[in-house]
Design a protein around this ligand. Structure first.
Ligand code: 13P
Ligand code: SF4
Length: 322
């Protein structure tokens, strides 16, 4: 058995019913599967819990199971491990990174912060444990507005790493946070022109957009929110058609929860590239999930000193989100 590529490379019998085998292993080992809305549909369907990044952190912090399989990207597994240091946290493919987290190198962020003494440091959850260890409060797209607004109006704030989310929060709160210049390669790719064309084609459709999208896309949106917020809107709305500007995995749960509604994935600038799919999120497969449970690898580990610092802003976020 080999995990060099970031996942367990072990042969899997083609005759196996992977879904059944995963259920059996889960029961045998008292493991729990958490999946983000951007995972492949078949992984979301087999998970015990699905959610946005805030929900996954909240759920992880309350679990009793000794093994957590986090079907998402590396920073999500890291967040779960930091919150549950005594548990085994597995990510089916450890090479599932995040371009946004990678756009914020911890050493560079540390020297950037030296220019902003007396600032509260707010970091998006899409960051490495080392960046979180330099942070005062972690936020997600679900709670960023609420947390920023809870600070006194004259608070000086540095916000990283997503410039689009930071700009959006500045615009709706009237704050003037200093922004780190990072972005997500998926959310930056949505095409304004193609969304405008779609709006002509589907004049009744509501445009739903994640705040990691560029301002030019957010201006076209009827609703801006985290994956969980967009899903909630789609479920509760009387409208029947939605143009969705976030990673395409969310359409699976939207369609499942609203079978009589139509969800149209907003196209990327190059519509042949499949750029509204996060290639990192889609690295996890049923086969890798099965092997992860079977061999209890690959396992997330976080340096104890870093984890001791990083847990504080994450717990602060969980407390402030109640
Ligand atoms: P949510 O916080 O809406 O889950 O989205 C974050 C994201 O981009 C996950 O990669
Ligand atoms: Fe990171 Fe973007 Fe993928 Fe989310 S969609 S995991 S922000 S690269």
């Amino acid at each position: 058995m080999n995990v060099e590529k970031g996942y367990v490379e072990a042969p899997v019998e083609s005759s196996l019913d992977l879904k059944e085998e995963i259920k059996k292993l889960k029961k045998e080992k008292n493991a729990v599967i958490l999946a983000h809305y951007y995972q492949k549909g078949e992984i979301q369907d087999i998970a015990d819990y699905i959610g946005d990044s805030l929900a996954l952190a909240q759920i992880a912090s309350t679990l009793e199971n000794p093994i957590i399989v986090l079907c998402g990207v590396h920073f999500m597994g890291e967040t779960a491990k930091i919150l549950c240091p005594d548990k085994k946290v597995l990510v089916p493919d450890m090479s599932a990174g995040c371009s946004l987290a990678d756009s914020c190198d911890a050493d560079e962020f540390e020297s950037f912060l030296k220019d902003y003494p007396n600032h509260v440091v707010i970091s998006y959850v899409n960051t490495s444990a080392r960046v979180k260890a330099l942070t005062d409060i972690v936020v997600t797209s679900s709670n960023a507005k609420k947390i920023v607004e809870s600070l006194p109006e004259d608070t000086k704030i540095v916000f990283g790493p997503d410039r689009n989310l930071g700009n959006y929060i500045n615009s709706i709160t009237g704050r003037n946070m200093v922004l780190w210049n990072g972005a997500c390669h998926v959310h930056e790719q949505f095409s304004v022109e193609k969304i405008v064309e779609l709006k002509k084609q589907y004049p009744q459709a509501k445009v739903l957009a994640h705040p990691e999208c560029k301002k030019t896309v957010l201006i076209l949106a009827d609703v801006v929110g985290s994956t969980a917020a967009l899903l909630k809107y789609a479920i509760e709305s009387d409208e029947k058609q939605f143009i969705v500007a976030t990673e395409s995995g969310i359409l699976h749960e939207m369609q499942k929860k609203c079978p009589d509604k139509e969800f149209i994935a907003a196209p990327a600038i190059d519509s042949t590239c499949g750029c509204n799919d996060c290639n990192f999120m889609k690295l996890n497969t049923l086969e890798k999930l099965y092997n992860a449970l079977k061999y209890e690898q690959p396992e997330i580990s976080v340096d104890a000193e870093i984890a001791a610092k990083a847990v504080l802003p994450i717990r602060r976020m969980l407390e402030m989100s109640k």
